[in-house]
Write a protein that binds this ligand. Structure first.
Ligand SMILES: *Cc1c(COP(=O)(O)O)cnc(C)c1O
Length: 339
């Protein structure tokens, strides 16, 4: 049995029993195998190391009050992984294989799925790398796909509280016709300098503007942006945003709550008119935004005067979590129960 202290979990890495792997060679994926080693035996000339052929995913499994384990929207992650693979010329993994391997990874490590009461969950990290040894700049012909899992603590240890974010105009995360819409490691490398700078300045994340005109809201580091005004859920439309599955789910829930949903370019000035704003993604579901400072322009936009999240953000957060933990019925078929 695992000896994890569920109450002390953070968003780190804890070794679990097995990871699941498949290798792509001669145009075919191998039968997935469970491994206990945490290491990869990799050629030093592998394309992933030199030319960044790496894509990944992130999803979660939750244990319900009934003790059952539920995986949230893995079909969507399978499709997005394929899109990322096409985006940087990697071999695509069949959707059924992705789903089968996720289930295998969760089942084989089931005692690492935290109990319902802990508010923690099992984070699932699929990744693919190009492994062919080559020095010329061209796509690899061989790939390795791995899924590992690790238990993670509740994101909001001190409660669901808004945090400040910052616009740093001297940095871009992704170009308008670049790889921003794909979940590739390279985008994260490109965001580390700005991200660390923001943390040093006391902000939780960087809010990026569109790279071309610096006029429109793009995304919040590793999360999508949304805002609420006049009973409307508004989220940016842009060619450099990663399509968040959390955002897609929140748009559906917002509609069900009777809100209008708009996906369109959001000019920075419009920030002044928003009643609530937040970042959304698998890690936190929603991180409410306290305030956004546009430092070089000397502007500040405040979304929470009392330091509390807005009522609609709170309702959306509770509703999505309830579906994930099985407290609310799964009317869209978002959840896969691990049998
Ligand atoms: C993964 C990711 C998100 C969030 O996507 P979810 O599917 O909601 O977890 C948002 N932005 C970026 C850049 C990401 O990599």
């Amino acid at each position: 049995m695992s000896t994890v202290d569920w109450s002390k979990l953070s968003f780190g890495y804890i070794k679990t029993d097995y990871n699941i792997r498949s290798h792509y060679r001669d145009g075919k994926w191998s039968e997935p195998e469970a491994e206990t080693s945490e290491y990869i035996n990799l050629h030093m000339a592998a394309t992933t190391l030199h030319y960044g052929q790496e894509v990944f995913e992130g999803l979660k499994a939750f244990r319900g009050k009934d003790g059952k384990v539920r995986i949230f929207r893995m079909h969507e992650n399978a499709l997005r992984l394929q899109s990322s693979c096409r985006g940087i010329k990697m071999a695509e993994l069949p959707v059924e294989m992705f789903e089968k391997m996720v289930l295998q990874a969760v089942k084989k490590n089931e005692h690492f799925v935290p109990p319902y009461e802990s508010g923690a969950s099992l984070y699932i990290r699929p990744l693919m790398i190009g492994t062919s040894a080559q020095v010329g700049v061209k796509p690899s012909v061989e790939y390795t796909f791995i899924i590992f899992v690790t238990p993670v603590g509740p994101y909001f240890k001190a409660g669901f509280k808004p945090t400040p974010m910052v616009i740093l105009r001297e940095y871009d995360r992704a170009a308008p016709l670049g790889t921003g819409t794909y979940k590739v490691g390279g985008n994260y490398a490109a965001s580390l300098v700005a991200g660390e700078k923001a943390h040093e300045m006391g902000y939780s994340a960087v809010l990026y503007l569109d790279a071309k005109e610096k006029k429109y809201i793009d995304e919040c580091g590793p999360a999508n942006f949304f805002a609420i005004k006049d009973n409307t859920y508004i989220t940016p439309k842009s060619t450099s945003i990663l399509p968040s599955i959390t955002n897609k789910s929140l748009m559906q829930l917002a509609e069900d709550m009777g809100l209008k949903v708009e996906r369109r370019p959001i000019p920075e000035e419009e920030l002044e008119t928003f009643e609530e704003a937040g970042a959304c993604g698998t890690a936190a579901v929603i991180s409410p935004i306290l305030r956004i400072d546009d430092i070089s322009e000397n502007k500040s936009y405040v979304f929470s005067k009392d330091g509390e999240p807005g009522p609609i953000s709170l309702k959306l957060y509770n509703q999505l979590r309830a579906i994930q933990y099985g407290d609310e019925s799964d009317k869209y078929g978002w959840v896969t129960i691990v049998e």
